[in-house]
Design a protein around this ligand. Sequence first.
Ligand code: HEC
Ligand code: HEC
Length: 364
Amino acid sequence: MSTWIAKIAKIVVLSLVLGSLYLLAAHKHQQRNDARQRPVALTAACTEKLARYGLAVAEHYSSPYALKLSNKAIKSRGYGEDDVRAIQRGCNIIDDTQGQFAKDIARERWSATRFIRGTHVSCDHCHQSIGDKQDAAGNRLKGSLSLGASWVMADMYDRFTGLLLPFELRQMQCYINSSNGYKPNIADDLIRDVTAYSRFLSAALELKIGQHYDEQGIDEIAASATPKQGDDYVRGEALYKQKCQSCHGRQAVGTVTNGQVVAPALAGPNAWNMQSRNYFHYVSTILPGFICRNMPLGAENTLSNQECRDIAYYISNLPRPAGDRQGPLAALQQQALMTVMPPLMRMTESTRKQGDASRTERAE
Ligand code: HEC
Ligand code: HEC
């Protein structure tokens, strides 16, 4: 008799546990669905861009960009309300990855903060101008990591892993290494929305599926493209001080004012990690290419190939997060360096300043 009761009690407890798990999952599902239905509060830059590209709920879409450039535009299938909201959220994610510009991150729900360890990262720091950098005349710029041009490559062969990577996996790689974080699930809204946005960009720019464009990826600079064919830390440091330090800070750990990133970290805990392709000692052609085409901001394309490689070499010798595949020893070493270096540098800086001050006093 008592075993009988125990059996029934067990079944009741089990069904209660499973039932509440089911209800919890259904509740979360509903929450996500509600969030997808909410109108999207766009960042200022996304408001401007999506209006310029004529994103609206309509039966057909034709690109104002193409119309302006060549006086004709293809008429393609338009976007529904769900599509428009996904594209809007995708733009927000690239422009404001960690929700710094959002009035209410929890409500507006486009923040990828939970997938990123540091506080500086925003996708558009590297995928510039929210993924389609152009000059004043509307020409798309070589090596600017365009997301529209990347989307039309669909499944792209990746020479580092030897795999055909779909657009979703390429985003995930960027979360793990360039953003020093964790990968979202492949079906996560963050991934789907950025895919929707990138696809819209390709339509807005009338890019052709399967075609390679110059603005996709990086205009890589190999050592063979420099006269000296050797990269120099000392030259790199001097150049960094002259050309980059005013924005990215003395130790390249970035500048933040009032909680807003003015210039992101190039080293230290908020930067990309040692597993990223931006890390010179892993891939030596990408960071120099990024620097030559996209920096110094406002004076792009002014540095020589050699200068870009020297600066990249210098930056990559500063301490940064190790990345998951470097092992615990490298992680420990980098962590120790990142903790010890900044106060040490500040100390030497203040003693140097005092030295300078006493010298000028003596001179007077
Ligand atoms: C520190 C710079 C940096 C940041 C930050 C960054 N990326 Fe990237 N991303 C790159 C580089 C460099 C590549 C190209 C790597 C290559 O050529 O193999 C890339 C490639 C990609 C690609 C594939 C593009 C292509 O044409 O191959 C996608 C998609 C992407 N990133 C999405 C993102 C998203 C989403 C974020 C924000 C969560 C992000 N990236 C943040 C530097 C960055
Ligand atoms: C006028 C200020 C300014 C100067 C000078 C400048 N940068 Fe930047 N840099 C920025 C800003 C702002 C960003 C964020 C991206 C954007 O808004 O375009 C950035 C982004 C970057 C990135 C993207 C990676 C990341 O951290 O997310 C790299 C790498 C970089 N700069 C390197 C350099 C180097 C090297 C120099 C010197 C040759 C330099 N920058 C000079 C302001 C500057």
